[in-house]
Design a protein around this ligand. Structure first.
Ligand code: GUN
Length: 295
């Protein structure tokens, strides 16, 4: 038996369509378009592609896009000043500073300066704390996308055994919080976990965000489990051409899992769509309006 392939592009397209409808409604209520500011420091080619995609999609979905490109030599004080200006700008509902930042800038100091009400990445300590306390919060986009993908397979996650491999603040920890909020039984595993294959084999829902190409093999997966691969790794492919693989050995896993998200075409498209969804949530919240309907 071969697993159901979870089509992240199709599910992201459905979310985008809902975001576009809600953006139009919100524009009428606010008397302006919801606005997203994206800041890129330096010329990292991957970051340039991500930022271009975020700006393009926000315009496509009926939002205002404010792009700020700063040179790699930008000081921490200069970036801090821009973040504070954007946080205070009434036309802007979301502020995103693309990571990684050049080494002279401490990312924690920059992220701390983003207004929590505009923190569409969900990276500020206030939003992380609210999420962990079960309070309404802007949650990080990749974990939100992962939960939408599993809920496309399982209507309810209540009581299911979820294993999250990876404990980063941007994926593993917030994902565990979102799964707890869905009443899953959650284990966070990581690079120091003993008997990692056995821990993974317990999972009804297996999420892998450890940044190691094809680490999770077919025999680490419980037959019938749902597998969400969050890895994006560039590895040498045939004829020296690089190819992108996830953290799960897809060809092995697809024979064992019940459902699996591919790389590319799984979590990736969800992340940007969830960013725009968060921008709408932030815009509605700041205006004291009910949250947009995006489920
Ligand atoms: N760099 C890679 N992914 C992300 C993300 O989701 N948000 C930000 N701000 N930077 C990133």
């Amino acid at each position: 038996m071969s697993a159901k392939i979870i089509d992240g592009r199709a599910i992201a397209n459905e979310l985008r369509a809902k975001v576009a409808i809600e953006a139009k409604l919100l524009t009428r209520k606010l008397g302006r378009m919801p606005g997203l500011a994206v800041v890129l420091v330096g010329d990292n080619p991957a970051s340039e592609v991500y930022v271009r995609n975020k700006a393009r999609l926000s315009v496509d979905l009926g939002m205002a896009s404010f792009e700020h490109k700063l040179p790699v030599t930008t000081s921490e004080a200069e970036l801090l000043e821009l973040v504070l200006t954007l946080s205070a700008d009434l036309k802007i509902d979301g502020v995103l500073v693309q990571l990684p930042l050049p080494k002279q800038i401490d990312p924690a100091r920059i992220l701390n300066a983003i207004s929590p009400a505009k923190d569409v990445d969900g990276f500020t300590p206030l939003n992380a704390g609210k999420l962990a306390s079960g309070m309404p919060a802007l949650a990080p986009c990749t974990p939100l996308g992962c939960v939408m993908l599993v809920k496309n397979v399982h209507r309810s996650l209540a009581g299911l055994e979820a294993v999250v491999v990876g404990r980063s603040s941007v994926v593993g920890k917030p994902l565990a919080q979102l799964l707890l909020a869905e009443n899953a039984t959650v284990t966070i595993a990581h690079s120091k976990t003993k008997e990692l294959p056995a821990v993974c084999r317990r999972a009804d829902l297996l999420f892998v965000a450890i940044g190691k190409p094809e680490l999770v093999r077919g025999n680490w997966i419980k037959p019938g489990a749902t597998v969400i691969d969050i890895g994006i790794n560039r590895v040498p492919g045939p004829a020296g051409k690089p190819r992108v693989v996830g953290d799960v050995a897809f060809e092995e896993a697809v024979k064992v899992a019940g459902a699996i998200s591919p790389v590319p075409g799984g979590v990736g498209p969800m992340t940007v769509a969830c960013l725009l969804a968060n921008t709408l949530r932030a815009a509605a919240m700041r205006a004291g309006l009910p949250p947009p309907k995006l489920d």
